[in-house]
Design a protein around this ligand. Structure first.
Ligand code: NAP
Length: 330
């Protein structure tokens, strides 16, 4: 009997890469969405796995719908990736962000507790939970206390502790992947690296003139999404559940990334880049990067892309996606 995996947030970046991975491993994959919408599911079509994933609707904020979903599909593993995932948007929609990102988690954990305690559960935690980190605490390890500085980070910290609590209080197999920024051509258009790569590509093709950016001084730990979903699966295959930081371990400023992208495309920064203070966040993290040695040690998960190779990969994937999208939209 193949295992059944239920992935929430199936129309998002990580949802589709994870669905592809699990489908290749022989899983029956059920993808949960708020609303079945073929246009929103273009990522499944892009990866060529639309036929391999059964997409089903469920309102994760409704306890009865979540319980019914588990009864219907009887999953062995649940990967909870659905969330309002934008830090920026969370400042504009704090109530919505907090309630969706926490209630969905309680509902899933409660449904597992009531329906079948053998179901393994993965929670998409985030480096944004650490928030304000002093230089002395870098690189960040799993043991560092959280000090989130956005409604998004606070919602993820609450969801994280709920997941830990159900493990400790009820003995459920729950694991949190604390992922640092990870990118791909399938990232949402409002996320900064996708914006830089996509706009630079359009400038190169004569379809845009300028890249408008906010704070370029921030430094982050950026990685490649298709490699990160492998770590999610590995967490649920362990003998004992635990929480893991998943990151590249490298730190690069946004300015350096813009520089790399522009120089690889032969674009002139002085000509094509404009700064706009309106795009600056009132509260932003200056620098964060992580230590992935626990994941290396216990999950045998290794990340070996340098930032140069990551940018090459993103440019190549973006060019491919732009071509594909033109045909898909026709
Ligand atoms: P994403 O592309 O934004 O996808 C998240 C999915 O969640 C969406 O496609 C959507 O699926 C669902 N969703 C969005 N808003 C929702 C809402 N208000 N209520 C219910 N569902 C909603 O995110 P991602 O980059 O794949 O990330 C996956 C998970 O990892 C998220 O929980 C994110 O917070 C977390 N994470 C991401 C990163 C990163 O760098 N990408 C880093 C750390 C943690 P439907 O429209 O199909 O419902």
């Amino acid at each position: 009997m193949p295992k059944t995996a239920l992935i929430t947030g199936i129309s998002g970046q990580d949802g589709v890469y994870l669905a592809q991975l699990l489908s290749n491993k022989g899983y029956r994959v059920i993808g949960i969405t708020r609303k079945v919408n073929p246009a929103a599911q273009f990522r499944l079509a892009y990866l060529g796995i639309a036929d391999q994933v059964q997409v089903a609707e469920c309102d994760l904020v409704s306890p009865t719908e979540v319980l019914r979903c588990l009864e219907t599909y009887q999953p062995d593993e649940i990967y909870n990736l659905a969330a309002q995932s934008s830090v920026e948007l969370s400042f504009h929609q704090p109530r919505g962000t907090f309630s969706v990102n926490t209630q969905s988690v309680i509902n899933l954990l409660e449904a597992i507790r009531q329906f079948n305690r053998r179901i393994r559960f993965y929670q998409a935690s985030s480096s944004e939970m650490f928030g304000s980190v002093s230089l002395a605490n870098l690189p960040i390890r799993e043991s560092l206390l959280f000090y989130p500085v956005s409604p998004y980070g606070i919602s993820k910290a609450s969801a994280h502790w709920l997941t830990v609590n159900y493990r400790e209080a009820y003995g459920l197999f729950t694991a949190c992947g604390i992922l640092f920024n990870h990118e791909s051509a399938l990232r949402g258009p409002n996320f900064v690296i996708k914006k830089v790569v996509n706009t630079a590509m359009k400038i190169k093709q004569g379809e845009a003139n300028t890249l408008v950016m906010g704070n370029l001084a921030i430094s982050r730990d950026w990685g490649y999404a298709p490699y990160y979903v492998e770590a999610m699966w590995r967490m649920l295959q362990q003998e004992k559940p635990s929480d893991y930081i998943i990151c590249s371990g490298q730190v690069t400023s946004l300015l350096a990334i813009v520089n790399l992208v522009f120089s690889k495309l032969g674009l002139d920064m002085a000509e094509c880049l404009r700064l706009d203070t309106k795009l600056m966040r009132s509260l932003d993290l200056a620098i964060i990067y992580g230590d992935n040695s626990k994941a290396q040690r216990e999950l045998a998960w290794n990340y070996d892309l340098t930032i140069e190779r990551l940018i090459d990969r993103l440019l190549q994937d973006e060019a491919h996606l732009i071509q594909w999208q033109k045909q898909y939209d026709e």
